[in-house]
Design a protein around this ligand. Structure first.
Ligand code: PMP
Length: 462
């Protein structure tokens, strides 16, 4: 008897996953926690090769402002393909690039856009971060950089050095206002103000050991760091402190941009105007694209100072321009703010019902649920130790229920929601229903880090 008749063939997706684990690098990430094989996708929904459907709240790590395969994005891509335009043009001028730049500048804070320059970088956010550092170093003639605890700016050498996980770096680290785990023990506005004062004193004390830096880089909402929105007042303080000392302020809006936080750019909430803004992810409408836009006075670097072969992705520029225009025309930034606030209210009631939720927080459709050790005592500020084991169990239980979420935060204990800005109210409810159900199941089956019994319910889930 032939082997095929006695041993049923494994489904194709299992073979694909098995070959992936045999052939791909140990450094792979999402593929480990999300063992699915996407074959089709539309909007919020991904369909796997096994026929299962998932609500995708990872959205390409916050890239898909309009969800998967939005018709305006597909149309923009098709138009370029059908036009016979070259797809690869290095950094030459094209009508597609011209239109993208015009659309992008129309959305940026006017004070920046009126006197701005744009540099098209290699296609990843990290490359644009590197470009920003080079730009400000050249413009100021200084070398040092200031960055924040918990930051994430990318995986290339300098971007990594400015991130919270850096091991060897000369980047000066400043406290980020993390309300729930306030380094000053006060939280709230006063914690943020103390963080600002520490920054100011490092700069003004000539014996602080911190040379005058070439620039400061910050995220208006830390994403990978655990969905931590900075108070607007703190952002304004950072702007005042840097402006008064001629330190270029670099705002990394790679993840917060294009409506995600409830304003077109997260800086719009506070009204600050950065000297350099770093953009990637959603600006390419699901295809790779990264740029920096900066005040023209900084434009003193030389031709070739930041080159790269793949700076002219025409399909990404067309998809990106279509995405920016669609978000703008349909007020999806406002919609993200309103829907995000409603989702946060529901997450608050989830937190009231589960003592394993330390905090829920976020801005717009960038939401996080920090899971903590339900048995540990809270410190003076009310924070308890993170529970990464429970967070991983919640993520897995979500996947079982057809919901894709990822984890972030210092200890990978923050469940993150980054749905497309196009989701309906019903889809938002479906996401939260599945999350609530997954959380209940995970606390039932997962012992606390100290090996204790399942969590106590404080009420009903929303
Ligand atoms: N900055 C921020 C704020 C990010 O969230 C990321 C990616 N998560 C990056 C930079 C790096 O972007 P990329 O992965 O495209 O290099």
């Amino acid at each position: 008897m032939a082997l095929t008749e006695t041993v049923p063939a494994a489904p194709a997706h299992e073979g694909i996953l098995r070959r992936q684990s045999l052939r791909e690098s140990a450094a792979r990430t999402y593929a480990r926690s999300l063992p699915i094989v996407p074959v089709r996708a539309r909007g919020l929904t991904i369909e796997g090769a096994d026929g299962r459907r998932y609500l995708d709240c990872l959205s390409g790590a916050g890239t898909l402002a309009l969800g998967h395969n939005h018709p305006v994005v597909l149309e923009a891509i098709r138009t370029v393909l059908d036009s016979g335009a070259p797809l690869h043009v290095l950094d030459l001028a094209t009508p597609v690039k011209d239109a993208f730049t015009t659309e992008l500048f129309a959305t940026l804070p006017r004070e920046l856009a009126e006197k701005a320059r744009i540099q098209f970088c290699g296609p990843a956010g990290t490359d644009a971060v590197e470009a920003a550092f080079k730009l400000v170093r050249t413009a100021t003639g200084r070398d040092g950089l200031m960055a924040f605890s918990g930051a994430y700016h990318g995986m290339t050498a300098e971007a990594l050095a400015a991130s919270g996980g850096a091991q060897h770096t000369s980047v000066v680290r400043l406290p980020y206002p993390y309300d729930y785990r306030c380094p000053f023990g006060t939280g709230g506005e006063s914690g943020a103000e103390l963080a600002a004062r520490w920054t100011q004193s490092l700069l003004d004390d000539h014996k602080s050991g911190v040379p005058h830096p070439a620039g400061m880089i910050l995220e208006p909402v830390q994403g990978e760091g655990g969905v931590i929105p900075a108070p607007d007042s703190w952002l304004r303080r950072m702007r005042e402190i840097t402006a008064a000392r001629q330190i270029p302020l670099i705002v990394d809006e790679v993840q917060t941009g294009v409506g995600r936080t409830g304003a077109f750019w997260a800086v719009d909430h506070s009204g600050i105007v950065p000297d350099v803004i770093v953009l990637s992810k959603a600006i390419g409408g699901s295809l790779p694209l990264a740029v920096i836009v900066y005040r023209e006075e900084l434009d003193s670097w030389q031709p070739g100072a930041h080159a790269g072969t793949f700076r002219g992705n025409q399909l990404a520029m067309a998809a990106g321009a279509a995405t920016l225009a669609y978000v703008r025309a349909n007020g999806l930034d406002r919609r993200a703010g309103e829907l995000g606030a409603r989702m946060l209210t529901r997450l608050d009631s989830l937190a009231a019902a589960h003592d394993c939720i330390g905090e829920v927080r976020g801005r717009g459709l960038m939401l996080g649920v920090e899971l903590v050790d339900r048995d540990a005592a809270a410190d003076a500020t009310g924070a308890r130790p993170a529970d990464p084991g429970l967070a991983a169990a919640v993520r897995d239980a979500c996947l079982d229920r057809g919901l894709i979420v990822e984890l972030g935060g210092r200890h990978s204990a923050v469940v993150r929601l980054l749905p497309p800005l196009t989701i309906t109210d019903e889809q938002a409810d479906a996401i939260l229903d599945r999350l609530a159900d997954a959380l209940t199941a995970a606390v039932r089956t997962t012992p606390g880090p100290t090996g204790s019994s399942p969590t106590t319910m404080r009420g009903t889930t929303p």
